[in-house]
Design a protein around this ligand. Structure first.
Ligand code: KG4
Ligand code: ZN
Length: 336
């Protein structure tokens, strides 16, 4: 059978990205144009600025993805694009672009769920990995514990009832003066601190074992900072960072490993931007090892937002014959 080439586009937040994949799992090119430096000035992503930058950059990013892969638009067999969830103005840029390309070049088009894309990032470097498996998705907007039953099909076991794990990292980073993006800055500061310096609560959700809650943990950090300030005590930023990071890691690890044991799952798949955190990867790896569970994690570049993961998810929809028409629209509140 001839190779299947997928062109994928991702613009749900502050990365303008395009990729070309061969047969769904081989990355021929992966271009990521990050706007982080632009949004850092404002302490977070400004939606209007993100949309404008996507518009300014998307053509160049797609051209580079095609040329890095040494292919033309005519060689492509299908186009995948993130349709949601995300910032509506940002998503619309990618969706409009994908529709225009699909129409002009007469190519099949498919809209992809961004969260599903994060999970599919694991297929790129683990050729033997196939559903069903248990997955833990931890990004800036989402925290889910789910069973991937088949390509494109998930059963949700638990989700966050308030903040996402990455959102908690971002908010705590702002509170301790580390700025945006919070995750990598907290991870760096935590290296110099003690994870057992301050005991922050490990949030639980009553009557719902697999759900997550991170807002209590975040509030506990804010209360601690206020209290220390009122008492005139100096605050150790590395200790707060390390102790907060440890609290998040404990909750994520306990949920995921308990669920794997209870459901008899021998594989756990980690995904999303927070999965780039090395301390989390190491902690989860050793907790899994103790229970005989194999942990799958993408390389950091495929954990945070990218189009290669969208291309992998798109491929499995396209080969099933699924198609979207030119009425495809952004769905900012799309759920897994
Ligand atoms: O998946 P992602 O790139 O975008 C969303 O789909 O939300 O995730 C971004 C989130 C941000 O909240 C960021 O702070 C967090 O992932 N993140 C990290 C690390 N790198 C990114 N959190 C903890 N440690 C990291 N090294
Ligand atoms: Zn993401």
């Amino acid at each position: 059978m001839a190779d299947h080439l997928t062109l994928a586009i991702e613009s749900s937040c502050d990365e303008t990205a395009a990729a070309v994949l061969k047969n769904g799992r081989t990355v021929l090119s992966n271009v990521i144009d990050s706007q982080i430096d632009i949004h850092t000035k404002y302490g977070g992503v400004v939606p209007e600025i993100a949309s404008r930058n996507h518009i300014a950059n998307i053509d160049r990013v797609i051209r580079k993805a095609l040329s890095d892969a040494s292919v033309t638009l005519q060689d492509i067999d299908g186009i995948g694009v993130t349709k949601g969830p995300g910032l509506v103005g940002a998503l619309l840029v990618g969706v409009a672009e994908a529709k225009a390309l699909a129409f002009a070049a007469k190519k099949p088009l498919i809209g992809v769920n961004h969260i599903e894309g994060h999970v599919c990032a694991n297929f790129i470097e683990h050729p033997e990995l196939e559903p069903p498996f248990l997955c833990l998705i931890v990004s800036g907007g989402h925290t889910h514990l789910a069973m991937m039953r088949d390509y494109g099909s998930f059963d949700i076991l638990g989700r966050t009832v308030d903040d996402a794990a990455g959102e908690a990292f971002d908010k705590v980073a702002r509170a301790i003066g580390l700025g945006y993006p919070g995750g990598p800055k907290i991870e760096k500061a935590a290296k110099e601190g003690r994870p057992d310096a301050i005991r922050f609560p490990r949030g639980k959700v009553d009557d719902s074992r697999w759900d997550f809650s991170f807002s209590g943990m975040k509030s506990a950090v804010l209360n601690y900072l206020n209290h220390e300030e009122m008492m005139g005590n100096p605050v150790s930023v590395p200790d707060v960072a390390a102790s907060f990071q440890q609290a998040v890691i404990d909750v994520l690890t306990e949920h995921a490993v308990d669920a794997a044991v209870e459901l008899g799952q021998k594989r756990l798949v980690l995904a999303g931007g927070v999965a780039a955190n090395k301390t989390l990867r190491t902690a989860l790896e050793s907790a899994c090892e103790k229970k005989g569970i194999r942990l799958y994690v993408p390389s950091p570049i495929y954990c945070t937002d990218n189009a290669a993961m969208i291309g992998t998810a798109a491929y499995y929809h396209l080969i099933k014959g699924e198609r979207d028409g030119l009425e495809l629209n952004a769905e900012p509140g799309l759920r897994l």
